[in-house]
Design a protein around this ligand. Structure first.
Ligand code: GUN
Length: 304
């Protein structure tokens, strides 16, 4: 079952699409103001290697979002036989290009390219994904940093939806560098929008269901469709679903359905608030990427 055909009062759904839209309106207003004051418009570049369906969609949505807020954007596409050296040379070029304020290299990359090497080659002040070890380290240390977009999008979504986090037990499922690990750090920060007690669960965690049942907030970021089931959820918990797996579905024109990491039909009736897939965390990731690009253009984090 999909979010559309499970009966959940809309007041319990966490509308990430609308919240992201609100943020985009704010960004667009600031861009217009800066333009009127004679500043150049922020410029985001995206590198896309190969033809992965999911990555194509994400990057297309990122470029469209740039247009929506008045940014310039550049999409650089390469076939998946590009060598690591060629990709690193492109990164070096973007690092030096004064027109480009920030750029991303869409992941995953083909197996012959080391993503860590590519991420480390990006200048931290242009790393609007917030993946560079310098930005991660600064985030952990509580210093100004470009924050990873999905984790900061989750924190922003909870805050803007008026969901109290302080003192709550948050269980994060999944320890990826992109989502699980950084969101566990952000949610534990001494900030009004965080202050959670965080448990980070992963593939080796024992008694996962028991631990999840103690959570006031569950963040599911494992990339396994419908992994989180009703028996893992305390009634009244807030459920944040980061999953976006394409599952074959012959009844759909596209041939697939996007599935979250949460079994929505089982879990939604128990949760006090829950994000749908799509329309939950995904749009927030894009909104926060735009916000990082604006901050990079302003030289807010790493002065130019
Ligand atoms: N692949 C999945 N999520 C992301 C993201 O936020 N940024 C990049 N660059 N690649 C991704």
């Amino acid at each position: 079952m999909t979010p559309e055909n499970v009966l959940v009062e809309t007041s319990r759904l966490i509308d990430g699409k609308q919240t992201a839209e609100d943020i985009k309106v704010e960004i667009a207003a600031e861009v217009a103001q800066r333009r009127a004051a004679g500043h150049k418009v922020p410029h985001l570049a995206a590198i896309l290697v190969g033809h992965d369906g999911g990555s194509e969609t994400y990057v297309r949505n990122k470029v469209l979002a740039c247009e929506r807020v008045g940014f310039a954007s550049t999409l650089l596409r390469y076939e998946d036989d590009i060598t690591e050296a060629e990709l690193l040379a492109k990164v070096a070029e973007l690092n030096e290009d004064p027109e480009i304020d920030g750029f991303i290299v869409q992941l995953p990359l083909p197996r012959h390219i080391d993503p860590d090497k590519v991420i480390e080659a990006i200048r931290p002040e242009k790393d609007v994904d917030g993946f560079h070890p310098m930005n991660i380290g600064r985030m952990v240390a509580g210093l100004p940093a470009l924050l990873p977009a999905t984790p900061s999008g989750i924190v922003e979504l909870l805050a803007r939806q008026g969901i109290k986090t302080s003192g709550k037990h948050c269980v994060v499922i999944g320890r990826s560098n992109i989502v699980g690990t950084p969101v566990s750090i952000l949610l534990a920060k001494n900030l009004d929008t965080a202050n959670c007690t965080v448990t980070l669960c992963h593939s080796r965690t024992q008694n996962l269901a028991d631990i999840c049942r103690t959570a006031d907030i569950v963040v599911a970021a494992i990339g396994r469709p419908e992994f989180v089931t009703a028996d893992m959820i305390k009634p009244g918990a807030v459920v944040i679903d980061v999953g976006t797996t394409r599952v074959a579905d012959a009844s759909k024109k596209s041939g697939f359905t996007l599935k979250g990491d949460v079994n929505f039909s089982e879990v939604a009736p128990l949760a006090s608030r829950i994000t749908p897939v799509p329309g939950g965390v995904g749009p927030m990731t894009i909104a926060m990427l735009l916000l990082n690009t604006l901050r990079a253009a302003k030289g807010e984090i790493h002065p130019k």
